[in-house]
Write a protein that binds this ligand. Structure first.
Ligand SMILES: Cc1cc2nc3c(=O)[nH]c(=O)nc-3n(C[C@H](O)[C@H](O)[C@H](O)COP(=O)(O)OP(=O)(O)OC[C@H]3O[C@@H](n4cnc5c(N)ncnc54)[C@H](O)[C@@H]3O)c2cc1C
Length: 447
């Protein structure tokens, strides 16, 4: 098939957001009695799931301190549940297990989950938490845990399988996905900032509307659109911080312990929920008993037959390289620079052993292949879903996004003229107006 010279909707990025947008746009056109063929094109410089969506841990949860995030996640969980098979989605639930400094935040999340009808169980007090955890995992041994939030929905999806399932849904409705095509710039209409054509390595593609679902590469598209590299940000106390970088990178630390995934089954042989632990208990090396940290630390993990072991991660670290100098390509495990190292393996496996005795003595089974990858974050570490330059919709999820299967669909509805309440709290002008999302006591920048 010839490379297109025009498409009504050009979507950049064949990850979770680009494909979810394409799928819904196609549904909308068909619902309106129109045809799709050739009108929606997804362009990706590498391939389907070549970015963050293809290396994500795949955890799907509601546990957010920010009401707007919780509402959005509840919507996305509904989309995951709409076709678990196609999305390779495992609805095993999710547990947030925390120490006392986080108790109040989590209690609030629980009460607000109840208010929106999102099913969860909340356990409080050290003794009751220990008992609840040991009823699931007899070897549970993490000390100092004073709250457990057990979300009955959510869980995880197999990262690439879900994205391929999504691509299939979009293609079935007539969306054209073209890989191996790099977008290099935009041609604007004279006297306007609207994009008239997307410049690519195979020539220009004229368009009516552009969607950018470029994950960590959003920095590059932002620069191509000549949007501000620095902005003023009004914080929750009303103080204005001038010239804050619009984007910054964090390195996501993840890996796989190559033990039999069956090892993590619950006492009754069932599929366990995804476990997330945040604690201020001293973390000691499982190898030699030395102190790893006395600071607050956090990990998450799940058995994963796709990764072939126990897969998970720990809190990311901020990248201090100037934002425009961060090398994104090659991305993820292929990167010579941005991969999880031996310190991560030591910390994470020791933390697993801190929580469950069954992981003690397993460090040698940690896989040694590179893993992890970069995420691009906004000044408040929450997403920006907005329209710029008249006809460019940007989905910049601040690395929250694998679980946000429903966001692209909501963006598509907005493109079709239906403003979405769920997306409104994520507009770019919140940085100027000071309508930021509240911050929690979690050690993670995304909770
Ligand atoms: C290690 C890791 C673990 C994570 N775990 C989770 C998790 O458990 N749960 C969760 O919810 N989120 C997780 N995330 C975050 C999540 O993966 C991302 O937020 C989400 O996948 C971003 O999706 P996207 O569609 O915006 O971008 P991506 O999936 O990154 O897709 C962007 C695409 O754009 C293409 N592209 C880039 N530049 C160009 C160009 N110039 N021309 C054409 N195409 C281009 C790329 O090839 C890529 O395929 C994790 C992220 C990382 C890095």
């Amino acid at each position: 098939m010839a490379f297109p010279t025009h498409a009504d909707y050009v979507i950049i990025g064949a990850g979770i957001h680009g494909l979810s947008t394409a799928w819904r746009l196609a549904e909308r056109l068909l619902d309106a009695g129109e045809t799709v063929d050739g009108r929606i094109v997804v362009l990706d410089k590498t391939g389907i799931a070549a970015g963050a969506s293809g290396i994500a841990c795949g955890v799907v949860r509601n546990n957010y301190y920010q009401p707007a995030m919780r509402n959005l996640m509840a919507h996305s969980v509904g989309v995951w549940e709409s076709d678990p098979e196609a999305f390779s989605y495992h609805s095993v639930g999710y547990m947030q297990i925390s120490c006392e400094p986080m108790h109040n935040d989590i209690a609030q999340i629980y009460s607000e989950q109840k208010a929106i009808g999102y099913e969860s169980v909340f356990v409080e007090g050290e003794g009751d938490c220990q008992q609840y955890m040991q009823a699931l995992f007899s070897d549970w041994q993490a000390q100092g845990i004073t709250s457990v939030l057990h979300e009955k929905k959510g869980g995880y999806a197999n990262n690439t399988a879900a994205i391929y399932g999504l691509a299939k849904k979009a293609e079935k409705l007539g969306v054209r996905i073209i890989t191996g095509v790099e977008v290099t710039g935009f041609k604007t209409e004279s006297g306007s900032t609207s994009v008239q054509a997307v410049e690519t390595s195979k020539g220009p593609v004229g368009c009516d509307h552009v969607v950018i679902g470029a994950g960590p590469w959003v920095r590059d598209f932002w620069n191509m659109l000549e949007l501000p590299k620095q902005i003023d940000v009004k914080d929750l106390e009303g103080k204005v911080h001038n010239n804050v970088d619009t984007w910054r990178f964090w390195q996501l630390e993840e890996g796989v312990l190559k033990v039999d995934p069956e090892l993590q089954k619950t006492n009754d042989g069932g599929m366990p929920p995804v476990i997330h632990v945040d604690t201020d208990a001293p973390l000691l090396s499982d190898e030699d008993g030395s102190l790893i940290t006395e600071e607050m630390w956090g990990i998450y993990y799940k058995p994963d037959w796709h990764f072939g072991g126990i897969q998970g991660g720990a809190a990311p670290y901020a990248v201090d390289t100037p934002v425009d100098d961060v090398l994104l390509d090659p991305y993820g495990p292929e990167s010579p620079e941005w991969v999880s190292g031996p310190d991560f393996a030591h910390m994470w496996v020791s933390a697993l052993a801190h929580c469950q005795k069954r992981f003690s003595g397993t460090l040698a089974q940690y896989h040694r292949d590179p893993s992890g990858g970069l995420g691009c974050f906004t000044p408040d570490s929450f997403p920006v879903f907005d329209r710029f330059c008249g006809n460019v919709s940007v989905i910049a999820d601040s690395n929250h996004g694998y679980k946000m299967l429903g966001v692209g669909r909501l963006m598509a509805d907005e493109i079709m003229g239906d403003e979405q309440e769920l997306l409104k709290p994520f507009r770019f002008n919140r940085f100027e107006s000071g309508e930021l999302h509240p911050t929690s006591s979690s050690p993670f920048p995304w909770s």
